[in-house]
Write a protein that binds this ligand. Structure first.
Ligand code: DGY
Length: 325
């Protein structure tokens, strides 16, 4: 029997590509350039599986064909707001993702951003590298302490909980959370956390706010001019979730006006383009979507995709099915 033909939209870690080649008949994107919708649609028409990443906009137009061949989209990543799930569902296409394996590393990047922005590490590095450092002095680049402060976590799934673990046990932070569904006392008790009822309540009570909710239309501009107004002037916003969760024009204004103290962002609406108004903010730390970027995690993500494909092609339910019949 011939091996299933799988279309891999970006370069993956070598060990994972090698395994894909053993198990399947893969088409790789040797140049590792972002692909347009016509190519993605062609892949769905001619291959048995499409293996996209966050850089592929798998919108409704990608599903606009008559004779689908691919019946599964196995996403390399946990977030899948770049895929039109309704269009996939309407065509009976299964979608899988890669949860768990990136929770720790994504929380590490959220902590990195929180520390960098509160301790003004980005500003300090820029100053030193540009030759502008004039030496130690008591008033130089004074930031804010994070130990013992209140961290508000929006979305208390796997990544949110890893963030709570680091902040609570590593830095003695008080944890408050806002989550769509009610959390069990057991889950909250693990981090001595309190669930608050509304986003506004969380924003008003937090010294640091870290976003860990899904992206997509439901959460588009959850953080906007109105909700930013609830944050305290000394508070910081951290986003490692998805760019669209934050209205970046409103955020850039709040940063420029110093109505909040700073922001640490790893994700952007329309990335890799980052708006000039954010680039101009000294009180923002900006990273190029590094949340899951460790060798261990990127390999684990790839092997998780493979587990989903193997299950699917053996006629079993893929372990990480998020959409499908
Ligand atoms: C994820 O897994 O969602 C990362 O942000 C990369 O897509």
């Amino acid at each position: 029997m011939s091996k299933p033909k799988v279309f891999v939209t970006r370069r993956w870690p070598e060990s994972v590509e090698a395994r894909l080649s053993e198990l399947f008949d893969p088409i790789f994107n040797a140049k590792d350039i972002p692909l347009d919708e016509a190519i993605l649609r062609g892949a769905l028409m001619e291959c048995d599986a499409l293996l996209p990443t966050v850089t592929d906009k798998v919108g409704s137009v990608v599903f606009d064909y008559d004779n689908p061949k691919a019946r599964i989209i196995a996403n390399y990543g946990v977030g899948f707001s770049h895929i039109d799930t309704e269009a996939a569902k309407a065509r009976g296409i299964t979608i899988t993702n890669t949860p768990d394996v990136l929770s720790e590393c994504t929380a590490d990047i959220a902590m990195t951003l929180m520390l960098m922005v509160a301790r003004r590490a980005g500003e300090g590095e820029r100053e030193l590298r540009s030759g502008g450092w004039k030496g130690w002095r008591p008033t130089h680049l004074v930031g804010q302490k994070i130990s013992g402060k209140t961290l508000g976590i929006v979305g208390f799934g796997r990544i949110g909980r890893e963030m709570a673990r680091r902040a609570h046990f590593g830095f003695g932070m008080r944890i408050i959370v806002q989550n769509r569904s009610e959390l069990s006392q057991d889950v909250l008790a693990e981090f001595n956390a309190t669930q608050v009822r509304t986003l506004e309540d969380l924003l008003a009570r937090s010294d640091f706010v870290s976003l860990h909710c899904p992206g997509g239309e439901d959460n588009r501009h959850l953080i906007n001019q109105t909700t930013l107004n609830f944050m305290q002037p000394h508070a910081y916003l951290i986003n490692t979730a998805r760019g669209e969760v934050v209205d970046e024009d409103a955020l850039a204004k709040a940063l420029a006006d110093r109505s909040i103290a700073g922001a640490g962002l790893d994700v952007f609406d329309g990335e890799p383009v980052v708006r000039d108004s954010l680039l101009a903010c000294e009180n923002a730390v900006l990273l190029p979507h590094l949340g899951s970027a460790t060798r261990e995690t990127r390999e684990a993500m790839g092997f998780r995709v493979i587990d989903n494909l193997v299950a699917y092609f053996e006629g079993n339910e893929p372990p990480d099915k998020v959409v499908g019949p």
